[in-house]
Ligand binder design. Structure first.
Ligand code: GLU
Length: 422
């Protein structure tokens, strides 16, 4: 925290890590008051629940979290992840990022994040359903369409969203489709939500390429991660004429400088459960993928992939952060020094929550849009956000992450001011 500011928060040891450690220079440039800093430095609500689940008569205890970081601009919004290493402090950082993300793209939501400490690969679908339902019973009073709205995140998908919806509706004894987004079409979802993170990112990427005067045909892209976001990104990029040369999943990656046949690769992954072994491609590790010779690098897996060890060797001209927080701060600085354009997560992957916003509007109004309308609005929201961030970047000779954070922080604080909290 800035040396000019003395901390006055009562719970100094439990402040949001990301917020108080990494944004110092931004706060200084924004010249925030102590009260403004205080308001940003801790989540509004942190819930940790311990709940029992019975598997074949044996009880196991699980731990889940839900952090609502800030809801000055609207109900808080953010995914639920299942991960064995989930920690509440990281959930809090991710909730803060969600608040920033919703503000960057100017949609009326605050930020939240949640999850359960569990390795979904070790459970079958029935057990995962029991865990999800028990978690929702435990946090059910804290979520709701005008309170806090969950969505998919790492290792959670449409089926998990259905269990969330059904359990919540059982608790409330009525239909409440807007309580969760990322649902299947038949239960109030929208088709585009499945790929809105990837497509939104690609809209923004194409704006960036225009600025750098790079054309689409033949542009070589490496995609790290082949979950929902990575797979859809690879597939859309391939359809639009990019050359997807490398891809990876948690077991490792593959590369072919002539380009991968992405639809065939998706089939291969479905049949074999892994990308490696794909005909005509060479196996590489996840680390090698990040450093491969390409024009655009798309980290679409977990956090902290780019650090001071590898950032100096990245060859891409543009990095599109489709994952949340894939770049450590020290790597950020190296990319700036090397004039690599980094499109930060809060802008690059915001298409997911924008898709969620459209789903939520349609659920609330019980009025469903034509798919073209969804895509048109997604493109408008994403390109407007890019333009605003890029304009500030140019004006201040700054970088995109800084510009995006500044825009978001100003918007959140303005909402707090209007509410009389500042
Ligand atoms: N989990 C996604 C994210 O990190 C989506 C959140 C949402 O749609 O609420 O942006």
């Amino acid at each position: 925290m800035s040396k000019n500011h003395e901390r006055i928060h009562i719970d100094e040891k439990n402040l949001c890590h990301l917020c108080v450690t990494e944004l110092e220079s931004i706060y200084a440039e924004l010249d925030l008051t102590e009260a403004e800093l205080e308001i940003l430095s801790a989540p509004r609500q942190t819930i940790t629940v311990h709940f029992p689940v019975k598997f074949n008569g044996t009880t196991r205890m699980f731990v889940g979290h839900r952090v609502k970081f800030n809801d000055a601009r609207g109900p808080s919004k953010g995914g639920i992840r299942f991960h064995p290493d989930l920690q509440v402090d990281h959930v809090s950082d991710l909730a803060f990022l969600m608040a920033l993300k919703c503000a960057v793209v100017d949609i009326p939501f605050g930020g939240a994040k949640g999850g359960v400490v569990v390795n979904p690969k070790e459970l079958n679908a029935g057990q995962l359903e029991l865990v999800t339902r028990a978690y929702i019973r435990a946090i059910g009073d804290f979520i709701g369409p005008f309170k806090d709205i969950p969505a998919p995140d790492v290792y959670t998908d449409e089926s998990v969203m259905v269990w969330i919806l059904d359990e919540y509706e059982n608790m409330k004894r009525k239909h409440v489709p807007a309580v969760v987004t990322g649902k299947p079409l038949e239960l109030g979802g929208i088709k585009a939500r499945q790929y809105s993170t990837s497509l939104g990112g690609i809209y923004v990427l194409e704006k960036a390429m225009e600025k750098l005067r790079i054309g689409i045909p033949g542009t070589r892209v490496a995609v790290q991660g082949f979950g929902n976001v990575g797979e859809n990104a690879a597939s859309i990029l391939h359809e639009r004429g990019y050359r997807v040369i490398a891809a990876s999943d948690s077991r490792g990656g593959i590369i072919n400088q002539d380009g991968l046949d992405v639809p065939e690769l998706i089939k291969h992954k479905k049949d074999r459960g892994a990308l490696q072994g794909f005909a005509g491609a060479r196996s590489i590790s996840n680390d090698e993928l990040l450093l491969c010779d390409c024009d655009v690098l798309v980290p679409a897996a977990l956090s902290d992939q780019l650090d001071s060890d590898n950032a100096g060797k990245v060859k891409a001209k543009i990095i599109l952060e489709l994952a949340n927080a894939p770049t450590k701060p020290e790597a950020d600085t190296l990319f700036v020094d090397r004039s690599i354009m980094l499109i930060p997560d809060v802008l690059a992957n915001a298409g997911g929550v924008v898709g969620s916003y459209f789903e939520w509007i349609q659920n609330i109004n019980n009025d469903y849009w034509e798919p073209d309308r969804v895509l048109e609005r997604l493109k408008n929201v994403m390109t407007d956000a890019f333009d605003a961030v890029y304009a500030l970047c140019e004006q201040e000779k700054s970088v995109m992450r800084k510009a995006a954070y500044k825009i978001a922080i100003r918007r959140i604080l303005y909402a707090e001011k209007l509410r009389g909290n500042l």
